[in-house]
Ligand binder design. Structure first.
Ligand SMILES: Cc1cc2nc3c(=O)[nH]c(=O)nc-3n(C[C@H](O)[C@H](O)[C@H](O)COP(=O)(O)OP(=O)(O)OC[C@H]3O[C@@H](n4cnc5c(N)ncnc54)[C@H](O)[C@@H]3O)c2cc1C
Length: 493
């Protein structure tokens, strides 16, 4: 008889692992605390508008292809390549850069700003490419059974990269570029990792290679939630079952085996194998009561920043804004320090604006736009109180209106705001962090919470806070690693 698997959480990691396992003959059941699937990869439908609520683009599309091939399926959604990747607006001089992968088109915009940009950028990307090629298979795509195995893998990395490991992302950009524009644009990607270029290791400059050379960025025709809908359809066709509004809060066990997970209403969910897509650190501490993940220990870990997100429907078209846009102020360093420190005042926030309706006309009524703003902010450890959210949001809307030379305030017909408090209660995220555990060097590879439980041999983890890390492609890799782990452990379970 096929083994039963209970998956806690329907984030991308949970869905992808479920699909891999059900394709191999396992019987898969999901429990999810929210009323619908997707986790952070979600959707808001309101007032005639459709918004992606979390991820709005992704890199490494080949990871999705690997997942779909692994399950013997046809791709259930269509990729759209981003060109330009996005725009970056600087406050001083209201200068706007189009981030093209085409190096000539990109370089032309740096004339008079950064001498010899093309050669410098080529040299920078060559180094990023070498970092990517020399680390991705050794460190990212592997399950490590123990620390010595991880250290052994690290020793295989080309020693030419040692110098990079001792530097911050920001310092590394200074080796190649002089202008603040070039350095800030190139290092923006550190914010995508949930920290800042000042406290992100320079090894993550490998992301610039992924961004500019190795396939670039993509989104999905019809909006990002189409990914979830596509995976759900495949899972339902294969008879997976889903139980929403079901939050796991407790467990029962016998020696080294988890026997059931208990939901908020006291119902016991039994299975042969348990896969936890809820945060791998929090679940161990708050549900399984592992001492190594007690509240006190969780507080000592390094977490990502929070996100203040808001979703506006406006009854005008905004041709002056592209699909993906970053708006930077003129206080890069101060702002970067603010979002990861104990500071309550968020002055001149930086923000990202996504216009989903630009190429997906069904996402807004005719003549309207669906706008999604993401603003990196302190998480609840550093800013526990959000009664000033309206002031912050209104400040961003005023800044945006000024910078696009169009006052959108009288045109807003739909408005929804999520603070880190909302993200915490929606996702059970630790202190409202946007991406879970940070990717500091002591929290990656074998040093991240493992994808198998330390106590219960039939319990596994998938998602952003276990190996290899956060972001959609990493979470897909995580589902592959978790599945490999389960298949390898199967005889013992
Ligand atoms: C605002 C924002 C923007 C982002 N933008 C991008 C982007 O552009 N590109 C990109 O690649 N990544 C982006 N990310 C990151 C990306 O969304 C995440 O890394 C990824 O979606 C995490 O997936 P996951 O499988 O780890 O789980 P999650 O999405 O965190 O899902 C976990 C699920 O578990 C459920 N759960 C938790 N606890 C329990 C419990 N006790 N019982 C039952 N269910 C439970 C939750 O409700 C949730 O549905 C963004 C994230 C945010 C917040």
């Amino acid at each position: 008889m096929s083994k039963s698997v209970l998956i806690v959480g329907t984030g991308l990691g949970g869905l992808a692992t479920g699909l891999r396992l059900i394709s191999r003959g396992y019987k898969v059941t999901f429990v999810e605390k929210n009323h619908k699937a997707g986790g952070r990869l979600n959707q808001l439908k309101k007032d005639g508008f459709t918004f992606d609520t979390g991820p709005s683009f992704f890199s490494m599309p080949f990871e999705f292809e690997e997942l779909i091939n692994d399950c013997g399926l046809e791709m259930p959604f269509s990729f759209v390549e981003l060109e330009p990747l996005y725009t970056v607006h600087f406050k001083s001089g209201n200068k706007k850069f189009y981030l093209h992968k085409d190096i000539d088109k990109l370089s032309a915009q740096f004339e008079g700003i950064e001498d010899d940009f093309k050669n410098k950028f080529t040299a920078y990307l060559n180094k990023c490419e070498a970092l990517y090629n020399d680390t991705v298979d050794i460190v990212i795509r592997q399950n490590f059974d123990n620390l010595p195995a991880y250290l052994k893998a690290l020793m295989q990395v080309n020693p030419a990269h040692l110098g990079v490991l001792l530097k911050s992302f920001w310092a590394q950009t200074g080796k190649y570029f002089k202008s603040k524009e070039a350095r800030q644009i190139v290092s923006l990607i550190a914010f995508f990792l949930g920290r800042t270029p000042y406290d992100t290791n320079a090894v993550f400059t490998l992301l610039s290679h992924i961004e500019f050379r190795h396939k670039g960025y993509y989104n999905i025709k019809g909006g990002m939630y189409t990914i979830v809908e596509g995976l759900l359809k495949e899972l339902l066709q294969k008879n997976a079952t889903f139980h929403y509004n079901t939050e796991i809060t407790d467990f029962t066990s016998q020696r080294d085996t988890l026997t059931a997970l208990i939901d908020k209403n006291g119902k016991a969910w039994e299975a042969d194998i348990f896969v936890i897509n809820a945060d791998a650190a929090i679940f161990r501490g708050q549900v399984l009561k592992h001492k190594k993940y007690s509240d006190k220990k969780l507080l000592k870990k390094s977490w990502t920043m929070g996100y203040l997100t808001f979703y506006l429907g406006v009854n005008i078209k905004l041709p002056q804004v592209e699909h993906h846009n970053y708006f930077l102020g003129d206080n890069f360093k101060t702002y970067a320090k603010t979002v990861v420190s104990k500071s309550r005042a968020i002055k001149n926030p930086y923000y990202y604006v996504n216009v989903l309706s630009k190429y997906n006309t069904g996402c807004a009524p005719e003549g309207c736009e669906a706008l999604f703003f993401v603003c990196p902010v302190p998480n609840l450890l550093n800013k526990p109180e959000w009664s000033d959210k309206d002031d912050i949001v209104n400040g961003i809307i005023a800044d945006f209106s000024k910078r696009i030379d169009k006052n959108i305030v009288p045109h807003i017909v739909s408005k929804t705001v999520y603070t880190p408090e909302d993200w915490q209660s929606m996702m059970n995220s630790f202190k409202g962090t946007g991406l879970g555990l940070s990717h500091k060097m002591h929290q990656i590879g074998a040093l991240r919470p493992k994808n198998h439980d330390e106590v219960y041999k039939n319990t596994f983890y998938v998602g952003a806070s276990t190996a290899p890390g956060a972001g959609l492609p990493m979470v897909i890799i995580s589902s592959k690693l978790a599945t490999e782990r389960i298949l390898k452990s199967e005889p013992a379970i």
